[in-house]
Design a protein around this ligand. Sequence first.
Ligand code: FES
Length: 161
Amino acid sequence: MAKLKAPPEIDLERLNEIVNEHALKRWALIPLVQEVQAEFGFIPPRVVPIIANKLHLFPSEVQGVVSFYEQLYTEPRGRNIVRVCRGTACHVRGGKTILKLVKRQLELEENETSEDLEYTLETVACLGVCALSPTMVINNQVYGHMNPKKVKELFKREGES
Ligand code: FES
């Protein structure tokens, strides 16, 4: 699984449809960028001036909103978001090894997305379930007491036994 090298192209016609629905509605900036993200999975930086132009805003105003909210992404993300805990409780119980194995299994470094957009790998400071350490989350599913065997099972590739 290789990491994503360049963001996928977006359908500009569809982008224009979305943007035109909100033309001149400055108050609609947040719903508009949310809609763009829902459609394309992220907000490509090149759409910022297009949105700004339609809403009669400065690009810096649009960029300010996009970069302010953690839930808005300027890079494509995988269908599965894998978050490995780097907190102290997990660290002392082998969290570092778990992260290393997940990286190896996915062939991704932190904050990278796979080329097929299947996975994005992130780390978190603490998942709040320290009693289950070492832990990780895939989307909303928590996996506790992680060990090398569990990592391998979770990310078994086709053809692997
Ligand atoms: S330190 Fe990992 S869940 Fe708290």
